[in-house]
Design a protein around this ligand. Sequence first.
Ligand SMILES: NC(=O)c1ccc[n+]([C@@H]2O[C@H](COP(=O)([O-])OP(=O)(O)OC[C@H]3O[C@@H](n4cnc5c(N)ncnc54)[C@H](O)[C@@H]3O)[C@@H](O)[C@H]2O)c1
Length: 283
Amino acid sequence: MSMIFDRSENKAVVALIGAGSMGTAIVRRIATGKKILLGDVSEAVLERVSNDMTRCGYDVETMIVNALDKDSVEAFARQAAQLGPVMYFVDTAGASPNQASPEHIVNLDMIGTGYAVDAFGQVMAAGGAGLLISSQAAYMYPIPHEVESQLVNTPTVQLAQVPFIRDVAMQNSGLAYMIAKRVNHLQAQRAAATTWRERHARINTISPGVVVTPLAYDEFNANGEGYQRMIDASAARRAGTSDEIAEAAAFLLGEHAAFITGTDLLIDGGVIASIRAGQYRLG
Ligand SMILES: NC(=O)c1ccc[n+]([C@@H]2O[C@H](COP(=O)([O-])OP(=O)(O)OC[C@H]3O[C@@H](n4cnc5c(N)ncnc54)[C@H](O)[C@@H]3O)[C@@H](O)[C@H]2O)c1
């Protein structure tokens, strides 16, 4: 017999693009009693995560979505809206500097995130909230003020043509990542003031520091010494976990954060403070 564990109807929808470590931790933290739409480019990831979550009592549907493809992201947002009122959207799809070319990082971490912000700006329910996962790297390469003013008002499909993106971000994967993650903050600001605001929905970013996940392991393998120095120079003197990010995410997505929109929360154990105070130098 196939049991029905939850008979409630018209449940709030939690949509996630990028069903990796952080995304899954966030959804588990907020989605009890809600309808979950998990999206990822990998069928294997979706199958594993939805099996795990279903067996833990969550109400899960899955859909393949490619964050690089505008049509695919729009179809994913429409599917979320079909399932019920979209109260929560979380985007964690991303590639790190040691995993990908500058083009891929710009296309995924910056433009793909833009597609998602735009698409969910068409379907969010009033009172809903969104969260983009940026990075502490967003604080490591200051973008000139006039360029930020230009980027904040550039439509997603034109971002790759902005001279700063074309000429600076494309130079190497590290620059691409730092700039893409800063642009995520600007994307949340623009949406908070325009499309999401019009729908009475909030949107924020979290910028995690070194969080131990499979993605981070790739980074440690490629640049272990640099990350070790970073951890040692931080006030926390340790790396973080996805569950710590999920705790803050639950706050930002929840009713107690109703006055918070268009902002970023840096959760890095104090790495950026160490850099600003001259205690640690990136190298
Ligand atoms: N782990 C860290 O230390 C750290 C630190 C700062 C920021 N971040 C950022 O946090 C986010 C999540 O990191 P994580 O460690 O949970 O990563 P993860 O690799 O566990 O999860 C990322 C997920 O995105 C999916 N994905 C990749 N390309 C996609 C695409 N084109 N379309 C849809 N899905 C796609 C992957 O299949 C994967 O399941 C990333 O944006 C990363 O840049 C991570």
